[in-house]
Ligand binder design. Structure first.
Ligand code: TYC
Length: 106
């Protein structure tokens, strides 16, 4: 007896590429803001400690913030950006400096 492959009904096609495509998670810029009181050396330490910069990179970013008012320290997924902002804020408070660190969707 002849057998035939059954046709799949069109609504069983579950893996349409268009439907499967998902957005990549949003990224956030973590930025330092300038102020008149936080010592330059402290800002450099922050950039080395929390953003894994070497002395030279940290100095350039610190000077950019000092001259332009703000500067990007790194770009991270949301949870990591939140952690960086909290870590920098906590460290600055411990040392009684007003240094502000903020995040912004990239
Ligand atoms: N403006 C500060 C000073 O003159 C230095 C500074 C740089 C402060 C960067 C904050 O995010 C900052 N001591």
């Amino acid at each position: 007896m002849a057998t035939r492959k059954q046709n799949y009904p069109s609504d069983s096609v579950a893996l349409e590429p268009e439907r499967q495509r998902i957005k990549p998670p949003p990224l956030y810029k973590v930025m330092l803001l300038n102020d008149d009181y936080t010592p330059m050396d402290f800002v450099i330490v922050v950039l080395e400690k929390f953003f894994r910069m070497n002395r030279e990179q940290a100095t350039l970013v610190m000077l950019k913030v000092h001259r332009q008012g703000r500067g990007v320290c790194g770009v991270f997924p949301r949870d990591l950006a939140i952690t960086k902002v909290e870590q920098v804020g906590g460290f600055a408070r411990q040392h009684q400096h007003p240094l502000a660190c903020v995040m912004e969707e990239n």
